[in-house]
Every structure is written in structure tokens, then in C-alpha cells.
Design a protein around this ligand. Structure first.
Ligand SMILES: Nc1ncnc2c1ncn2[C@@H]1O[C@H](COP(=O)(O)OP(=O)(O)OP(=O)(O)O)[C@@H](O)[C@H]1O
Ligand SMILES: [Mg+2]
Length: 215
């Protein structure tokens, strides 16, 4: 376990994992706003440019739809662990590892409408690396340990809480919340989730200090 890794070291690590020829699936776990999506996007761009075709497949695509959250009475805490189709995500990860001769389609999550979109992300046969990311990849509750096992490695994105909360609130405002609504959502929804996620970081294959990355 190492925290002060650079972006270049992460790229070398993935190239090493892919050297055997098997498709590699890297997961990035971490608290809301820690920079998981930013790191995933960076990795996918850099790996693809370096000749290792990579695709970003977010866990966020497995948010339950609002219509189902309403039915379950969970709409008010969207983003909590039981508001995701975890077993659907696990099945997709297994398909991504096993079905390398045909396109596997993954769902995306549209932040403007806050809904998952089926069939939005193609994982073509040439894909050598899939980078996935989400809050609960290292959780102890079933089926999340199987999600960890279905990935080649799961990393934990670690970021100082002050910086993280500042970015998180800004991002909620950017996607339409008022400053008051953003602060309330962070306090009532994001941070209780963060407290739970933080307890999972010891299970990571690698802990990444997001400030030290230099990406
Ligand atoms: N190095 C950086 N400097 C400044 N802002 C950053 C940096 N990295 C990420 N951000 C911003 O911080 C916010 C959170 O980053 P990001 O969306 O990557 O986090 P996340 O872990 O995927 O969050 P969530 O769990 O909510 O999906 C975004 O608005 C992003 O643009
Ligand atoms: Mg994200």
C-alpha cells in the first residue's frame, strides 16, 4: 500500500497488469467528490493514447431509476448503497472480463437529469483496460466483496476533506442546486455516505493520495 504515487506510476502499474494479455479492470473507490471520475477519465485518455485502448464504465450507471426509488421510498437518499443495482453492476463486470469477442454495453449516468441511461457506453472487443469508479467498490456488504473480486485491482482515492467538500458543494451548484440546497445535500446525504465509505479504504489494493498525483 502506497499513498504518494504519481500519475506516471499509476500508468506504469496498469501497463504492467495488462502485460499478460488479459483484459484489466481497475476500480476506483472513494468518498463523494474525491476525484474518482476525474482520475478515471485521465487514465482512460492516457492509456488509450499509449496504445492500450481503455474505456470508462462508471458504477453510477447502476443508480436505480427515480421511478423505482419512488416505489421503494428511497428517492430522498439517492446515492446511498441501497439505491444502486449492485448485482447488475457485478454481472456487467463479469461480462466485461469474459466476453471479449463482442461489444458489451454499459449504462451511463446523466447528471443533468440524474438518471441512468442504458446502452450508452460500448466496450468494444479491442478494449484492454476498463476503468470503473464509484463509492462502494470496497464495501463489506454483499455483493460488494464479489465486485472487488471481479476487478483486477481496486484503488482508494484519498483527498483532504476540506478540499473535497469545497469541490463537492461547487459541483452541486454547477448542476442546479442553490448554495443552501448544496450545503444541505452534502450534510444530509453525501457526508453520511462518506463516513461509511471511509471505513472501507483499508481493503484497497492501493491508496492514492489525490493531491500528490499531479494530474
Ligand atoms: N485537481 C483538481 N482541481 C480542481 N478541481 C478538481 C480536481 N479534481 C477534480 N476536481 C473537481 O472536483 C469535483 C469532484 O471531482 P469528481 O467528479 O472527479 O469526483 P468523484 O469522486 O467522481 O465524485 P462523485 O463521487 O460525487 O461522483 C468535480 O467538480 C471536479 O471537476
Ligand atoms: Mg464521480
Amino acid at each position: 500500500m502506497n499513498t504518494a504515487v504519481t500519475g506516471a506510476e499509476l500508468l506504469r502499474r496498469v501497463h504492467g497488469l495488462a502485460a499478460g494479455g488479459e483484459r484489466v479492470v481497475i476500480g476506483i473507490a472513494g468518498c463523494p467528490g474525491a476525484g474518482k471520475s476525474t482520475l478515471a477519465g485521465w487514465l482512460v485518455d492516457r492509456l488509450t493514447s499509449a496504445g492500450l485502448p481503455a474505456v470508462w464504465v462508471p458504477m453510477d450507471g447502476f443508480h436505480l431509476a427515480d421511478v423505482e426509488l419512488e416505489r421503494l421510498g428511497r428517492r430522498g437518499r439517492k446515492g446511498a448503497m441501497d439505491t444502486f443495482d449492485a448485482r447488475g453492476y457485478l454481472a456487467l463486470l463479469r461480462r466485461i472480463r469474459a466476453e471479449t469477442a463482442t461489444v458489451v454495453y454499459a449504462p451511463s449516468f446523466d447528471r443533468e437529469i440524474e438518471q441512468p441511461i442504458a446502452g450508452a457506453i460500448p466496450v468494444p472487443p479491442a478494449t484492454r483496460v476498463v476503468v470503473s469508479e464509484g463509492n462502494y467498490l470496497l464495501a463489506a456488504d454483499e455483493p460488494w466483496p464479489q465486485v472487488h473480486a471481479a476487478m483486477t485491482e481496486v484503488w482508494y482515492a484519498d483527498l483532504d476533506d476540506r478540499v473535497r467538500l469545497d469541490r463537492l458543494i461547487k459541483r452541486h451548484i454547477q448542476f442546479g442546486k442553490t448554495p443552501d440546497q448544496a450545503a444541505r445535500w452534502v450534510a444530509e446525504v453525501d457526508e453520511p455516505n462518506a463516513a461509511r465509505i471511509r471505513t472501507t479504504r483499508e481493503r484497497a489494493d492501493l491508496r492514492v493520495d489525490m493531491d500528490a498525483l499531479g494530474i
